[in-house]
Design a protein. Sequence first.
Length: 284
Amino acid sequence: MSDYVIITDSTCDITKEMEKELELTLLSLSVNIGEETFQEYDSKAFYERLREGAMPTTNAINIGDYLDTARPILEAGRDVLILAFSSGLSTTYNSAAVAAQELSVAYPDRKIYAVDTLCASMGEGLLVWHAAKRKQAGASIEELRDWVLENRLRLCHWFTVNDLFHLKRGGRISSATALVGTMLGIKPVLHVDNEGHLISMDKARGRKAALLNILQKMEATITNPTEQVIFISHSDCEEDAWWLGDKIQKRFGVADVVINYIGPVIGSHTGIGTVALFFLGTER
């Protein structure tokens, strides 16, 4: 069985400790705030900048980043499996696929695969977590590639946002919808569809109602809950994330709940106050 490395990206929003524990190589998408560009940015500090009125933009990982990261691994005699941020939300996977093709020509004796996870934030993180655990249990690179392809559409993403401005700015909702929704206290419930796009699915009146709504979405499709580790990410609203995690633990008795910040890249598009829930289900 060949030795190989999993390369993924910072939009998976896992902790540094988890990155080390899972033996992952992470590449960072970058965030632009004014004239500054960051690849590493403390999440708490980032959301403070948003509160001060910052309007960040983001950049995908380019082909050269993948080439520079993978070459030393391949030259050391190891293979590479890239698990990339959803192609429905970023050009990152496209860069990974082009780089994998170039590297396959340059290193014909090595295996280089790029997989579109069709996932985002800790949904991508949870898929990568499952993949890395299987790698550590002895799965070959082909077995792991195939497992990800077969199970990525079982990785359910449900989330709600507190501030409609960033969704309007990103073109996800109209200005009129954002204005009326804000006035009426309407909170959209969204998910990531089978093409990896962000889709509005439902509406709730008020914050707690929106959080209970995504809990109900989970109840409808989750499989084997007592065996599952559930991921929840949030954009600087940790209390709401733990409130939801506690509800999940009491209702489903899940194996564990892991909570972390939505990083600056995803947070640039969701704004402050987003809570996102990720789990394996029968379908998205």
